[in-house]
Design a binder for this molecule. Structure first.
Ligand SMILES: Cc1cc2nc3c(=O)[nH]c(=O)nc-3n(C[C@H](O)[C@H](O)[C@H](O)COP(=O)(O)OP(=O)(O)OC[C@H]3O[C@@H](n4cnc5c(N)ncnc54)[C@H](O)[C@@H]3O)c2cc1C
Length: 567
């Protein structure tokens, strides 16, 4: 389906809103000059528009399937993957020692968004590899790094993450997969994993599974879990894939969307695995991969939102219905314009938040500064949940803009809505993200949150002269958010926080979005100013209702009985 990469937005947000110049000023990322950044964005955009976007529909119409135990991927996916791999897009931010380009995550984030907007089902494959690469860089032995990283980075092999089991979804600690020491430094891995994205394919030389399992002396819960590298084919010392390992794809799930991505039930029957990180320290290692993937999944939502917006806009410019002024197309009707502008303003806000998050990740890597680290950690669940919620809302509104044709598959509007739905579920549901935000991410007494709020208020002060009305609205919203954050930090009973976790996360995202739109109004042309005014006057006020919800706490919610719900 046609897709035009939003390169101008990336450039503008990097230059004027997210503080990317700080990243480019560090020794570590000094190569990320404006010229280099431009070249990367332009080159990636070209691949996404010309090669990946035409595969989006094929993935939906010709789902990945199992053929005599062999996974077959949709037509064209192998070539699309080759373009991603040979372009160097998988290992963009990976360590140059292993063949990566060592570029900032901010650039990877922009490129990942473009790839997701062009073809989400295929993009999920390199996203999994990117997370695995980062986990291995931080936690694997030198031998594993040497053997696996160059091939994962080049895309010759790809990676998966194996956490979920039938009884262990959000509750990863309930997993039952076992690891038995073989006595030669390797382990025998047994158990069943479900919903494994890209559990196999027909275009890479190997598939490297990172599997969570419990050693015989592992205590129950997350503290007794270890992480293992379990390749489909066991490589020799030179990295040539040899004997097939004792693992197989049992079946592929029939899903609501994302049909091009094979989602596998995997069976491990004493498969040979190698420990990654310390024994019983698997969750810490897996968290490196999960945090990477959480930002990546948030960005998937934003990419789909962009694709759905472009699709709806093209339709609204063409479809004539009713007595519309101007061009006579439905885009001229106030309600259709409201839908399209909401789609655009929200996509922009979510994109700005994801890039702010990526800048914080880069500054952490470049400086090791604890403040940047806390900021990146605080923003990660917001990027994930708000990015994917926006993806879902925008794709649904895109269907609405199409009217009846949105419900008819051939327009492609429905595919965006079906494909993106899972992004709010996998990589930790958005509910789990929000609970992480109000519990772990406020464990610092709210310091990271208050620092962000201070910055938002400073931004509002600076915008006061040119945009008094918008600046006042953002400042007031930040104040209300500060008061509610103080209230949350005071709640020692976590259930009081959890009851309002989802509305709190959304309110924080709303206010961050207001901050980004205001900064865009200050630095941008009248077009960006009009979009900012729409967001700040019409979408930002949602924060007040959300925060009122948060401050109600848990009592009245938990007083509603199971019988009340069934009545
Ligand atoms: C297409 C697809 C691809 C996937 N890819 C992968 C993959 O590659 N690797 C992998 O390991 N997994 C993968 N998953 C699994 C995914 O991460 C899980 O589905 C997800 O973590 C939720 O687990 P669950 O499905 O068991 O839901 P449950 O954990 O049963 O959750 C059901 C509901 O209860 C809520 N809930 C659960 N526990 C709590 C709690 N403590 N407090 C409050 N609310 C709670 C949840 O938020 C949710 O709304 C994939 C899933 C899908 C559908």
């Amino acid at each position: 389906m046609p897709y035009r990469a939003p390169v101008n937005d990336f450039r503008f947000l990097m230059d004027h809103v997210t503080g990317f110049s700080q990243v480019a000023a560090t020794d570590r990322y000094c190569e990320a000059t404006p010229d280099m950044t431009d070249a990367i964005l332009t080159e990636a955009a070209k691949m996404c528009e010309d090669i990946l976007a035409p595969l989006q529909r094929a993935g939906d119409l010709h789902p990945a399937h199992l053929d005599n135990g062999v996974v077959r991927t949709p037509p064209g996916f192998a070539d699309g993957y080759k373009a991603i791999a040979t372009g160097g897009w998988i290992g963009m931010s990976a360590n140059p020692e292993n063949g990566g380009l060592g570029l900032p995550m901010t650039l990877t984030t922009a490129v990942n968004e473009m790839m997701s907007g062009a073809c989400l089902a295929l993009q999920l494959n390199p996203l999994m590899s990117q997370g695995q690469i980062e986990a291995l860089e931080h936690h694997a032995s030198d031998a594993i790094k040497k053997l696996y990283l160059p091939k994962l980075i080049s895309g010759e092999w790809c990676g998966t993450m194996n956490l979920t089991e039938p009884q262990a979804g959000s509750d990863v600690g309930a997993l039952r997969s076992k690891a038995e020491p073989n006595g030669d430094g390797t382990y025998a891995i047994s158990g069943q994993k479900i919903y494994i994205s890209w559990g196999d394919n027909d275009f890479t030389g190997n598939v490297c599974h990172l599997v969570l399992a419990r050693l015989p002396d592992g205590v129950p819960g997350t503290k007794g879990i270890s992480l293992f590298m379990v390749p489909k084919f066991i490589p020799d010392a030179d990295g040539t894939p040899g004997k097939k390992n004792d693992l197989r794809v049992v079946s592929l799930e029939h899903k609501m969307g994302l049909h091009g991505s094979p989602t596998a039930v995997m069976e491990y029957s004493g498969a040979t695995g190698w420990l990654v990180g310390p024994e019983h320290g698997g969750m810490a290692a897996m968290f490196t991969m999960m945090n990477n993937a959480r930002v990546g999944v948030g960005v998937q939502g934003i990419g789909v939102a962009e694709g759905a917006l472009q699709h709806a806009l093209a339709y609204a410019q063409d479809r004539k219905q009713g007595k519309a002024p101007g061009t006579g197309a439905i885009i001229e009707h106030a309600d259709v314009r409201r839908m399209l502008t909401t789609m655009k303003a929200d996509t922009y806000a979510a994109r700005a938040i994801a890039l702010m998050n990526a800048v914080a990740i880069d500054m952490t890597s470049a400086t090791g500064d604890a403040g940047w680290k806390a900021r990146a950690a605080f923003l990660t669940p917001i990027t994930k949940a708000f990015g994917t919620d926006v993806g879902i809302d925008v794709a649904n509104t895109g269907v609405q803009v199409h009217g009846g044709m949105g419900y008819i598959e051939e327009t492609g509007a429905a595919q965006y809505a079906r494909d993106v739905r899972v992004t709010a579920i996998y990589e930790g549901t958005n509910g789990i993200q929000a609970m992480d935000l109000v519990a772990r991410k406020l464990m610092d007494g709210g310091e990271a949150a208050f620092r962000l709020l201070e910055e938002i208020e400073q931004g509002a002060e600076a915008a006061k002269a040119d945009h008094p009305e918008l600046s006042n609205a953002v400042w007031q919203a930040a104040e209300t958010l500060r008061e509610t954050t103080e209230w949350l930090v005071d709640q020692n009973d976590l259930n009081e926080r959890f009851a309002g976790a989802v509305p709190y996360l959304r309110a924080f995202a709303r206010v961050l979005g207001g901050h980004a739109h205001l900064a865009s109004a200050v630095a941008g042309d009248p077009s960006r100013q009009r979009l900012a005014a729409f967001y700040i006057k019409r979408l930002l006020p949602e924060h007040a209702g959300l925060l009122a919800h948060v401050r109600e706490g848990a009592d009245d919610l938990m007083a509603i009985t199971n019988d009340d719900l069934a009545a």
